[in-house]
Design a protein around this ligand. Sequence first.
Ligand code: HEC
Ligand code: HEC
Ligand code: HEC
Ligand code: HEC
Ligand code: HEC
Length: 185
Amino acid sequence: MNLPGAPKRRTVLRSFYALALLSGAYLGWSSFDSGSRQPIAFNHEKHLGMGISCETCHPGVDGSRHAGITSVKTCVTCHQAAQVSDPEAKKLEGYLAKGQEPPWKRVYHLPPLRYNLFLRPYASRIFFSHRLHVKTGGIACAACHGNMKKQSTPLSFPRKPIRMERCLNCHRTMKISTDCIACHH
Ligand code: HEC
Ligand code: HEC
Ligand code: HEC
Ligand code: HEC
Ligand code: HEC
């Protein structure tokens, strides 16, 4: 049997599916990319453009392993003084009134402990310290996190993924230990 319309319909159907798939992928990616996972549309570019230092909002970098994110109080104190009325910024006052911190989602992660079949860890915990790199080593944030001055939407994924090869490359160049045990405890 010869159905003249059939092949055409199939092509149309196929391109429809392809289009649906592509646009689905695009929409998925763009909402992922725009930092929709974060509770507030924070803008690094804008804040860094005002000359605020990283340490003001990530107070742990000098003194501890974790950089952390400052409390909502710091944000609101400055916003009230500067009379910021942007609705996204106003959300912060809601959190402050409820005594809550915005549920910021972690983006940069060292991999967690992983276990084998016998429930023994097969990859050990990795030691990393901000204090050691930023304060003692004098390494710029951008070496590991890229240029945050160009980040106008909240992060959804690392600008620079954490890879052992990156750690090792710098350690080799700077003559810092590359013994497994320096990082894997
Ligand atoms: C040598 C690489 C390196 C440098 C330099 C560095 N970081 Fe990090 N940063 C990391 C790694 C690795 C993690 C993930 C750590 C973890 O999972 O415990 C991380 C995580 C973070 C986090 C989220 C988790 C946390 O620790 O609270 C923030 C915020 C952060 N860094 C900010 C900064 C800032 C600000 C600077 C500069 C003052 C900086 N970092 C410098 C490697 C670096
Ligand atoms: C040193 C003062 C200062 C601190 C600290 C500060 N902000 Fe802001 N923020 C501003 C100013 C000023 C504006 C208004 C910028 C404008 O309208 O151009 C602003 C605007 C905003 C906006 C509106 C969005 C936008 O793109 O204009 C958000 C959201 C925001 N801040 C979140 C935060 C959060 C979250 C913190 C704390 C982690 C924080 N800010 C800490 C000064 C500050
Ligand atoms: C005014 C406050 C403020 C300043 C200044 C600031 N940050 Fe942030 N930072 C935030 C907030 C709020 C988040 C969480 C939302 C987001 O991802 O945008 C964050 C997230 C991050 C993260 C991802 C943390 C994670 O969960 O893994 C990194 C890395 C980071 N900032 C680096 C920097 C660096 C580097 C600087 C300085 C060049 C800087 N920040 C300056 C408020 C700030
Ligand atoms: C851009 C360069 C650079 C990168 C990238 C880097 N490091 Fe380092 N690291 C240093 C420097 C410099 C020191 C030495 C600090 C000091 O003076 O004690 C150091 C020290 C260390 C130490 C202590 C070593 C010792 O012998 O005391 C550990 C552990 C460590 N880094 C882990 C990491 C991990 C894990 C990563 C990747 C996530 C990483 N580093 C990425 C530069 C770097
Ligand atoms: C300067 C720090 C550093 C040193 C030194 C280092 N590693 Fe790593 N290693 C890491 C980081 C960070 C990760 C996690 C990121 C990744 O998987 O790339 C990792 C991941 C790994 C993993 C993958 C774990 C998993 O579950 O996927 C293995 C295996 C590993 N390292 C083995 C080694 C061995 C063997 C040595 C010594 C020859 C070594 N590492 C030295 C930082 C280091």
